[in-house]
Design a protein around this ligand. Structure first.
Ligand code: ADP
Length: 480
């Protein structure tokens, strides 16, 4: 593996987690080894001590029952039976002088320690020590036991078998630990990689997105764990961002397109007048046309600003008591002449009273937009009817019904979007912002606006406004 790649691995979370796994395992194995080692050596030493004591007791019993000669014979016999390299016996006086022993050729290096004898004579029945002899691998456990008056038995036993066992234990433990350490590191690496693979997928997708591909999504697993939840949340966020970006793009395209048309017209008028205009009349016409187009532009820009402010809550509503029947009648009256000019019948049906709390100017604007559309999109001879009533839930309900061109089913879900205009209605003047504003204002009043329509037969817009203002601050849904 190239050095650079190894270095980059060292920085990864997976590598560090693996190191932790392996580290914790190694420390635990070390502690376990120490515990076992101490326990095993203590058990072996104890067992040897018990054996030595048992033999010393036998010597003591022999001395008291059969005398010193029998003890000497016993020492020889016992040493021969166990093996001269396994045990030795020495009989000492209280001054530490040897007066009898088993075959000591193998045990010459074992000294008689005066301190041990002194300690024994002071107040102890037995004194044990572990002796190491240079150049000999095994250790020797030596006991000094007082077996009769002034008779000390020094008895030693090789701990070679125990040492062999402990060495084997050490080797097996070491090999097993190394193998398990490798396994732990492998398993740790696998688990850590598995755990962080989801995070890596999120990171990769985020990198691809910063490269410009918003359509990318993180694959979501089926385990439902934290990583899957992160991936799902990340995808949701991406979906929302993608929708917003698309909407913003569409909107800016629309804005550019819709602002371009009046500006092009103004420029065209000015150009034609400049090149062909001869008299003051042409210039007056151009000025009038420019004012008209500028008014349209300003109206469009102001409406756009108003929608944005209303949706974001920056434009607060001027809540007050509203006489709804009067407001509806005023709107009908205002639009009556226009309807008449277009050969339409405009009917208005309202109850005597229906008070509600709202912003009268804004409600007027909603009504004006709906009525304006109904008149605009209904051909000569048609009918427009506005009715006001109260719903069972105690809300004000305004319906604006017309017998006009209707709206194609495919267009219906879009007509409240900014700048959306159905193809069939493009011959009529309009900006495609009226219904967006009406909906934004209605929602600011915590109301709703819906439409039903049959192509070629007419449309009905339904506006519902709560009669009282709910405690929550005007809940404005933000629609970018
Ligand atoms: P516009 O300025 O084009 O009227 P609106 O936002 O008020 O913009 O309306 C959006 C589109 O919805 C209109 O262009 C038209 O195609 C359609 N529309 C609205 N009201 C009606 C209606 N009463 N009858 C038929 N089509 C309608």
């Amino acid at each position: 593996m190239p050095l650079k790649r190894l270095r980059s691995y060292r920085k990864t979370l997976a590598f560090r987690l693996t190191l932790w796994y392996a580290g914790v395992f190694a420390v635990s194995a070390g502690v376990a080894f120490l515990l076992f080692y101490t326990l095993i050596t203590a058990v072996f030493r104890d067992r040897t001590d018990q054996e030595l004591l048992a033999q010393a007791r036998e010597f003591s019993a022999t001395l008291s029952s059969r005398g010193m000669e029998a003890v000497r014979n016993l020492a020889m016999l016992e040493a021969q039976a166990a093996g001269v390299k396994k045990v030795f016996f020495r009989l000492l006086s209280s001054r530490g002088e040897v007066f009898s022993s088993s075959n000591m050729s193998y045990w010459q290096d074992i000294d008689i320690r005066q301190e041990a004898i002194k300690e024994l004579l002071r107040d102890r029945n037995s004194v044990f020590e572990t002796v190491s002899i240079p150049n000999r691998k095994d250790k020797i456990r030596v006991a000094h036991v007082l077996i009769g008056t002034g008779v000390i038995l020094q008895i030693g036993q090789s701990m070679e078998a125990d040492s062999r066992f402990i060495d084997a234990f050490k080797n097996i433990f070491l090999v097993t630990t190394v193998l398990l350490l490798g396994l732990a590191a492998g398993v740790g690496w696998f688990m850590a990689r598995r755990a962080v693979s989801g995070v890596e997928a999120v990171t990769r997708t985020a990198q691809e997105i910063s490269g410009g591909t918003l359509a990318k999504r993180v694959p979501v697993g089926t385990r439902g764990d934290e990583i899957d939840q992160l991936a799902a949340t990340f995808n949701q966020m991406l979906g929302r961002i993608q929708t917003l970006v698309t909407e913003i793009k569409e909107m800016s395209d629309n804005i550019a397109h819709d602002l371009k048309s009046p500006i092009t017209r103004i420029r065209g008028m000015a150009e034609v007048t400049l090149t062909t205009g001869k008299g003051i009349e042409e210039y007056e016409n151009m000025a009038a046309g420019t004012v008209e187009e500028c008014d349209r532009l300003l109206d469009m820009i102001n409406t756009m600003l108003m929608i944005t402010k209303t949706e974001s809550g920056v434009h607060p509503l001027d809540y007050q008591q509203v006489d709804m029947p009067r407001l509806v009648r005023d709107a009908c009256e205002l639009m009556g002449t226009v309807a008449e000019d277009r050969g339409l019948t405009l009917a208005c049906e309202t109850p005597e009273t229906l008070p509600l709390v709202g912003d009268p100017r804004m409600i007027q604007r909603i009504l004006a937009n709906l009525l304006d559309n109904a008149i605009k999109y209904t051909p000569f001879g048609g009918r427009v009817k506005v009715s006001l009533s109260e719903t069972d839930g105690g809300e004000a309900l305004v319906t604006v019904h017309d017998t006009g061109m209707g709206i194609p089913p495919d267009d219906l879900p879009h007509i409240f979007e900014r700048f959306y205009r159905c193809d069939q209605s493009r011959s009529e003047p309009g900006t495609g912002l009226g219904l967006s504003l009406a909906r934004a204002l209605t929602r600011a009043h915590q109301g709703d606006i819906t439409v039903t329509s049959t192509l070629g037969q007419g449309s009905t817009f339904t506006l519902i406004l709560p009669k009282t203002r709910s405690n929550q601050t005007s809940s404005i849904e933000k629609h970018v």
